[in-house]
Design a protein around this ligand. Structure first.
Ligand SMILES: NC(=O)c1ccc[n+]([C@@H]2O[C@H](COP(=O)([O-])OP(=O)(O)OC[C@H]3O[C@@H](n4cnc5c(N)ncnc54)[C@H](O)[C@@H]3O)[C@@H](O)[C@H]2O)c1
Length: 333
């Protein structure tokens, strides 16, 4: 079986991607330091296809041991999101930039041919045009700055044998074994459930969105095509470039479909988030034949059902919010 190392495999995307890789016949090794707990990987206890290593990418030995014996490496581990990076700036630079360089160099030395790095469309920050992969980068947070520095250092060591792929992902949404309620679609659905309304600040700022399942599919496409090697791809769909007030309307529609409840969208004040960008996804569509299958309304319906059935009991627990860095409440959830 082909073995893939998923670094950050216990996280929001990593725990969904791991499931998809297993369905596709891969075996998976996860390296994670479990900042948000380990519940998301408990399901794999006793599963011979999954190996779990508790370790930190800031520790070179942990990195080398984890890479050894794998065929491909996917680097997801990071301090993720603008608020989290603001709360922990040193950890952000160490993890997102310094350690990412070490991981890429170790992968190259180990002869790993397929190295995929999770970047973000947040690198574009603010822009008026529809931004393709060659557009100027305009980061508005430490998080985005560290992602750009890593992209540069990873591409800087590329050669004929080591051809990394960088996926600049849209903002993700949907249900995950490691749930996050600090991402726009998930937050709006949770607020609608808890408070019976959706508050939008500003509302005219553009943001590309992408479901977890579609994002996972993009990683599998990259693993399975040689053409992607050495490239940067914006990852998402032009159909899912939304202004935030339209995201709220889509969420509200999903909730009406599933519950019959009419959730008002209340627009007030200005956004505290400076990001405002529309992204071109032509390259990934044309070169990798990538298209999306899931929608915001589907995700809102799924999240609503999990809240209503109490499968997720308390969505306000800190463990669902990256900027708290706290897994202590995981046991009650
Ligand atoms: N969620 C999004 O909307 C989004 C959008 C674009 C890009 N991305 C990128 O995708 C990747 C995954 O994001 P996510 O939403 O799954 O985040 P997440 O915070 O849920 O997952 C990150 C995982 O990495 C682990 N980790 C953090 N620091 C580590 C370290 N030093 N050593 C080992 N493990 C460590 C954490 O324990 C966690 O399991 C990130 O690189 C992020 O920048 C995410």
């Amino acid at each position: 079986m082909k073995k893939v190392l998923v670094i950050g495999g216990a996280g929001y995307l990593g725990s969904v991607l791991t499931g998809r890789l297993l369905e596709k016949g891969y075996s998976v090794r996860i390296l994670d330091n479990f900042i948000y707990g380990r519940k998301s990987v408990e399901r794999y206890a006793g599963d011979k296809r999954v190996e779990i290593i508790e370790g930190d990418i800031r520790n070179v030995e942990n990195v080398n041991t984890s890479i050894s014996g794998t065929g491909s490496v996917i680097l997801l581990a990071a301090v993720v999101g603008d608020p989290a990076s603001k709360a922990r700036p040193e950890q952000t630079v160490e993890t997102n930039f310094l350690a990412a360089q070490v991981v890429a160099s170790s992968a190259k030395l180990a002869g790993i041919s397929k190295f995929i790095y999770a970047s973000t469309c947040s690198v574009y920050g603010v822009g008026k045009e529809i931004l393709d992969e060659d557009a100027p980068l305009n980061p508005v947070s430490l998080y985005a700055k560290t992602k750009i520095s890593s992209e540069e250092s990873i591409m800087g060591i590329a050669d004929n044998n080591f051809k990394p792929v960088i996926l600049r992902m849209s903002t993700l949404y949907g249900i995950s074994p490691r749930m996050r309620f600090d991402l726009v679609v998930n937050t709006m659905t949770m607020t609608a459930f808890a408070e019976g309304r959706i508050n939008v600040f500003g509302g005219n700022q553009w943001r590309p969105l992408l479901s977890l399942d579609d994002a996972s599919e993009a990683y599998i496409k990259v693993l399975e095509t040689e053409q992607s090697e050495g490239s940067v791809y914006n990852t998402g769909s032009e159909k899912q470039n939304f202004i935030i007030s339209d995201v709220a309307k889509q969420v509200s529609k999903g909730i009406k479909d599933v519950s019959g409840k009419k959730i008002p969208v209340i627009i007030e004040g200005d956004s505290v988030d400076a990001r405002d960008y529309r992204v071109s996804f032509k390259k990934i569509q044309n070169e990798l034949n990538f298209s999306v299958k899931h929608s915001i309304t589907d995700a809102a319906i799924e999240i609503w059902r999990k809240l209503e059935s109490k499968e997720i009991k308390d969505p306000k627990q800190k463990v669902y919010y990256n900027h708290y860095f706290d897994s202590s409440e995981e046991l009650i959830g």
